[in-house]
Ligand binder design. Structure first.
Ligand code: GLN
Length: 221
């Protein structure tokens, strides 16, 4: 049998091209690159894409033009006040608010929050996700810690570096992990927007959350 005949005998018209399109869909992820584990997040996204066998490109974001064509953004840990100031300086604070899928870790989770306690004077968050956080609520830099945690995605080791506490979650927010009574991972998937907030630094120990994020971005793109 010729290939053309075999193909049309087995599949209804257009099935192959539709399948081909889904499998080959390509998304672009940005990593806000002012400070923090930028290289580690880029690496984690690449590794997650290999594990999922999906087509993902990942770029550092420092200025307006880097935001073009992004399907999702990662805001790493660092210092949320500094992130706010640099986003303002580069004129991208408002543009970031329009991105449909955002993963925020630690300072990034503070950036995502609707409300943050213990902010510095003049600090503003993106106010995208219906959660409230308390900055530096575990104490000073010296009080940073590691822990084995269990999450809805599986068990993992996690680093908490002057982490915030997630103190309130809205009705559309789903908790993905808790540690010693505190929420440490949660997501909000509603109205075509997807936000994932983590109090710890997954990029140092696992790709599970990056894989989960990529799944959601593919579904949403
Ligand atoms: N303490 C930092 C802040 O308030 C967050 C720490 C981190 O991202 N590791 O922004």
């Amino acid at each position: 049998m010729r290939w053309q005949d075999w193909k049309s005998a087995r599949l209804p018209p257009n099935t192959r091209s539709a399948e081909f399109k889904t499998v080959n869909k390509k998304i672009q992820i940005g990593v806000l690159a002012f400070q923090g584990d930028v290289a580690e997040h880029i690496e984690a996204v690449k590794n997650a894409a290999v594990k999922l066998r999906r087509n993902v490109s990942v770029v550092p974001v420092r200025e307006q033009r880097d935001l073009t064509g992004l399907n999702g953004l990662i805001i790493p840990g660092g210092e949320s006040t500094t992130f706010y100031k640099l986003c303002q300086r580069e004129g991208i604070f408002g543009e970031i608010k329009k991105i449909k899928n955002i993963l925020g870790t630690c300072a990034g989770a503070i950036m995502l929050s609707k409300n943050a306690q213990n902010k510095t004077k003049d600090q503003v968050t993106l106010q995208l996700m219906d959660v409230e956080v308390a900055r530096n609520a575990y104490g000073r830099q010296n009080d940073s810690f590691e822990a084995d945690i269990s999450t809805t995605l599986g068990a993992m080791h996690a680093m908490f570096i002057r982490a915030p506490k997630i103190t309130r979650t809205g009705k559309n927010v789903r908790v993905l992990a808790e540690h010693e009574g505190e929420i440490i991972a949660c997501e909000e998937d509603s109205k075509g927007k997807y936000y994932l907030a983590l109090a710890f630094h997954p990029e140092l120990t696992t790709t599970l959350f990056h894989e989960h994020f990529l799944h959601k971005v593919f579904a949403n793109s």
